[in-house]
Design a protein around this ligand. Structure first.
Ligand SMILES: [Zn+2]
Length: 266
């Protein structure tokens, strides 16, 4: 077990991180479940986790979907799912999400790769983003890979069909057994190839392929800044580790960056 909480990041350390981020040419961020938890979304696993309560989804969920998409959609649209998705419906972006969106607006942060499906980065105003595990509010055509909002789709006949190509429509969230959509992987690869710094927030970055993008930046000689409540397996690789929740640390970081920019401009 880890200690209850490691010592919080000092202002001086936050300022060092802010300087490092401002010096980088192409900083990106990788975010994970810790940011969702701080918006009141329970994690999937562990005590109080959604899967602990409702059972883990089948490991071959994607194959089961393909075998009987009509039944899969009937289950998906059932009332049981309403409860399962209630925390997602009620969640709002936290100050951490808003801080990353602000850094994008300042022209500092170039891209966000998130493992989260909760849509909160978008709701915070983040525009340059790849949701590698999908977005729970969207559906995706398995043929042409176009994403749609649910209200754009006719659910009167199941399984629903793509309005563009007639292909099979699935939830955009990536099921067990389903490959990460190739367009998302390409987008992440494109931006991480340009990145010389990665802010890893709210994730221990042990889930691939997301972790691979962060590690690749580091291995190429880029910098890594971690924002996490606890030490993670990435901590020894990090140039700076900022202890604390994303909702607390990222706004402090964004503020420090904004102040430094002002000083440099004047
Ligand atoms: Zn299509």
């Amino acid at each position: 077990m880890k200690p209850a909480q490691d010592k919080k990041a000092s202002d001086a350390l936050i300022e060092s991180a802010a300087e490092m981020i401002l010096e980088a040419e192409y900083p990106i961020a990788l975010t994970g479940a810790g940011m969702s938890v701080e918006s009141g979304i329970p994690p999937f696993r562990g005590p109080g986790g959604l899967w602990t309560k409702y059972g883990e989804p089948p490991m071959n969920g994607f194959q089961r979907f393909l075998a009987d998409p009509k039944k899969a959609w009937e289950e998906r649209l059932s009332s049981r799912n309403d409860e399962l998705y209630k925390p997602l419906t009620e969640a709002k972006p936290n100050p951490g999400h808003l801080a990353l969106a602000e850094l994008e607006q300042l022209g500092v942060l170039r891209f966000v790769i998130t493992q989260n499906i909760d849509d909160l980065h978008r709701q915070a105003g983040q525009r340059a983003i790849a949701e590698i595990h999908g977005n729970w509010k969207l559906v995706r055509c398995l043929e042409c890979a176009l994403r749609f909002r649910r209200e754009q789709i006719d659910f009167s006949e199941l399984p629903p069909k793509c309005p563009e190509c007639g292909g099979l429509i699935k939830s955009d969230t990536v099921s067990f057994g389903e490959p990460i959509p190739i367009d998302m992987l390409n987008l992440c690869a494109e931006h991480s190839a340009r990145a010389d710094l990665v802010i890893v927030a709210g994730t221990s970055a042990t889930v691939y392929p997301a972790a691979g993008f962060a590690l690749e930046i580091k291995q190429r000689g880029g910098a890594m800044v971690e924002v996490n409540l606890y030490e993670s397996e990435l901590t020894p690789l990090c140039d700076i580790s900022l202890r604390g929740g994303s909702a607390e640390i990222l706004p402090r970081l964004a503020q420090a960056i904004a102040i430094l920019r002002k000083h440099r401009a004047s």
